[in-house]
Write a protein that binds this ligand. Structure first.
Ligand code: FPP
Length: 249
């Protein structure tokens, strides 16, 4: 089915929880890592689709701080896949800037080098920013921000009244991007698993059963079409929002 998308209402920032790689593989009698291989192929595909649609930020939950507790061979396989597939050519061809959020220090030297090189070489690309959340979790990120605030306060550089929402947003890993407009989770689970908790305060959520390796163009269009049918109220009433839209148009 083809979904009519309103080109003037493409979400500026789409965040995705790419779930279901393992189950995709098990269903086919394959090892879980085969699902991650397919998952990576789909990362490339969805990145290009989003770029062409005019999405400005795409944030992919790639590896959480909790994922270190998975079987070590799976962890190693994901890290190797990252090194092998962080594809400079893909980003340059599509004029996409690459960024990582999360704790870089715990990653292997090879992964760190890859991330740093890609960030540096793509820093002037401007069509879209593709962000991978790697060794990331929201509680970790908020804890880091609180530590920083306490440090600044202890040094006399921060007063209680200066701890505002803007202060917090500007100290998060995501300080260089707007909050997500649309959060998509594939794979059938209805939770956000420690992902962008602060940033998703007013995001629209879209959950689907499709496993990540099978999440293709039609699924993406369905998610965006669903988003476009929602009325974002940001705490206002329906009448207030309609009034604002009438005044603006
Ligand atoms: C969730 O599926 C997927 C992951 C934890 C890993 C996602 C990583 C990739 C797709 C690789 C990304 C690579 C690049 C280059 C960005 P799951 O394993 O939890 O699946 P399950 O819920 O079916 O077990």
């Amino acid at each position: 089915m083809d979904y009519e998308l309103n080109k003037s209402q493409i979400p500026a920032h789409i965040a995705i929880i790419m779930d279901g790689n393992g189950r995709w593989a098990m269903q086919r009698g394959l090892p879980r890592t085969a699902g991650h291989v397919e998952g990576v192929a789909n990362v490339r595909y969805i990145t290009e689709l989003c770029t062409n649609l005019g999405v400005k930020f795409l944030t992919l939950y790639t590896f959480s701080t909790e994922n270190w507790n998975r079987p070590q061979d799976e962890v190693m396989a994901i890290m190797d896949l990252l090194v092998d597939n962080m594809d400079l050519d893909l980003f340059m061809r599509n004029n996409v800037r690459f960024r990582m959020i999360g704790g870089i220090d715990r990653l292997s030297p090879a992964v760190q080098a890859c991330v740093r090189e890609l960030e540096e070489k793509t820093k002037n690309n401007s069509r879209m920013t593709a962000v991978i959340a790697l060794n990331y979790s929201s509680r970790w990120e908020l804890t880091q921000t609180m530590k920083e605030a306490v440090r600044e306060a202890a040094e006399g550089r921060l007063l209680p009244d200066e701890v505002t929402e803007e202060y917090i947003s500007s100290h998060l890993q995501t300080k260089f991007m707007p909050d997500p407009d649309l959060l998509i989770r594939t794979g059938g689970e209805l939770r956000i698993s420690n992902y962008l908790l602060w940033q998703c305060a007013y995001s629209e959520f879209y959950f689907c059963d499709t496993y990540w390796p099978d999440f293709h163009e039609e699924d993406l269009h369905r998610a965006i079409a669903t988003y476009q049918q929602r009325q974002r109220r940001f705490g206002l009433t329906e009448a207030q929002v309609e009034n604002t839209n009438t005044t603006e148009n």
